[in-house]
Design a protein around this ligand. Structure first.
Ligand code: ADP
Ligand code: ASP
Ligand code: MG
Length: 425
């Protein structure tokens, strides 16, 4: 039997009982003959609490010291988990991201993994230990500073280690039974998906289904690492995310036409009002944004008012980057020559994802009809080959998600989706 990487999210190790429960599960995998490498997140809402604390001493915490602070959360859980495993009579060693060989670029708070050199982890498991690695962190290649990978980054740590260690599978343990057709906290009738292709999962993750992080799925696809998303609270089979359909009985699971509905209320909308309608304006705006290292999502440019020769450009971005974006645009005001800026953080995004969209023109119309029947007004629209997204008022999101989920026949008629833990924060 080969090596498995198991990742346990914050809700699975929220308290001492959770840590002991997870320790038992890890020991079972070891007893079954696997070499086991575990990636662990900070306990419960520890990361949010550390951020709140930092904001009390500094208005916009960022950079080196902020990363140093946040990585403390995972250090606590990794040491406690190793202790709990030892208490069950098995050998375990904990490692920080840096000790585990997670090498990143030097962009603090959202570093990218550029290499993984897990020599110490390999030695530790070869000596018979269970290796516990702190998720969400690494060390920068050039400055040797401690970095973090962005919120939810432990998923990426797990897949990156699985790839570097040539693991059989990467198991992501969380507080729901797998990937569902919508967030079970919003849609009680969401249905568990048995298998989903990397492509569809990438779109769901990018559209806000935080059960798996987008970068983690990207990494898994690049190295073809199958992911098994499952609950640490139940013994059920979860969701397989891979390139090829899994077998069920003697049949292959079929690719769904519609994979699911995702939502995201973590973004804000910036509108640059009164931009001269001439070549080079969009370039200047988005150069200023990119120089500030801000990733944007949707962009819409309105039709120019013929009388004034002016147009408005709106785009969405993570709320956490809002202040930075406004500052960057204000600094570039003379170069761009706009009238004013508008900032709106009361927006939400709803996305429908499915490979069937490529060949089924009716999908778009049904999506808009469902929103209209629910009385939801659409502010922005964007599409890819297998996704349609709209921006609405944040308050409309839960109703809109449920309406679209029902309209596409995704509601399950059996068990309600179970949420075992976590605060959804
Ligand atoms: P962890 O602490 O284990 O990393 P997260 O809170 O990051 O857990 O992710 C699990 C949560 O993702 C679930 O509790 C659920 O509310 C949310 N979620 C959003 N979309 C989906 C989906 N399509 N399927 C399952 N869970 C989803
Ligand atoms: N603890 C970090 C967070 O809350 C990383 C993770 O849980 O994946 O974002
Ligand atoms: Mg997560």
């Amino acid at each position: 039997m080969g090596l498995v990487v198991q990742k346990y999210g914050g809700s699975s190790v929220a308290d001492a009982e959770g840590i002991k429960r997870v320790a038992k599960r890890i020991v079972e995998a070891k007893k079954n003959g696997h070499q086991v490498v575990v990636v662990v997140s900070a306990m419960g809402d520890t990361t949010d609490e550390l951020i709140d604390l930092a904001e009390q001493v500094s208005p916009m915490p960022a950079g080196r010291e902020f990363d140093m602070l946040l990585t403390a959360g995972e250090r606590i859980s990794m040491a406690l988990l190793a202790m709990a495993i030892k208490n069950l009579g098995h050998e375990a060693q904990s490692f920080t991201g840096s000790q585990a060989g997670v090498i990143t670029d030097s962009v603090h708070n959202k570093a990218r993994i550029i290499d993984v050199t897990p020599g110490r982890i390999r030695d530790s498991v070869d000596e018979g230990n269970i290796a516990i690695v702190a998720g969400f962190q690494g060390v920068s290649q050039d400055k040797k500073d401690i970095t973090t990978l962005g919120r939810g980054g432990s998923d990426t740590t797990a897949v990156a280690l699985a790839a570097a260690l040539d693991a059989e599978v990467c198991e992501i343990y969380t507080d729901v039974d797998g990937v569902f057709t919508a967030d079970p906290r919003v849609v009680k009738k969401a249905r568990k998906i048995d298998w989903i292709a990397f492509e569809d999962m990438l779109e769901l993750a990018a559209s806000g289904s935080k059960v798996l992080l987008h970068r983690c799925v990207e990494y898994a696809r690049r190295y073809n690492i199958p992911i098994h998303v499952r609950s640490s609270f139940s013994g059920l089979q979860g969701t397989w995310v891979s390139s090829e359909p899994i077998e069920q009985g003697d049949k292959k699971v079929e690719q769904a036409i519609i994979s699911g509905v995702a939502h995201d209320t973590s973004e804000a909308k910036v509108t640059v009002v009164g931009v001269p309608d001439k070549p080079g304006e969009a370039a200047t705006i988005f150069r200023a944004i990119s120089d500030a290292e801000i990733n944007i999502d949707m962009i819409v440019q309105n039709v120019s008012a013929a009388s004034t020769g002016l147009t408005d450009i709106s785009f969405t971005l993570p709320k956490t980057e809002g202040r930075k974006a406004i500052d960057a645009l204000e600094r570039a005001k003379t170069a761009i020559g706009f009238d004013s800026l508008r900032y709106d953080d009361q927006i939400g995004k709803i996305s429908l994802v499915g490979a069937g969209m490529k060949t089924n023109p009716g999908v778009t119309a049904s999506f808009f009809e469902a929103l209209s029947d629910a009385g939801v007004n659409i502010e922005l629209i964007s599409t890819s080959e297998i996704r349609i997204s709209v921006v609405t008022r944040a308050d409309d999101v839960p109703d809109a998600v449920r309406a679209v989920h029902s309209a596409f026949g995704l509601d399950s008629d059996s068990d309600e989706a179970v949420v075992y833990g976590g605060t959804g924060r």
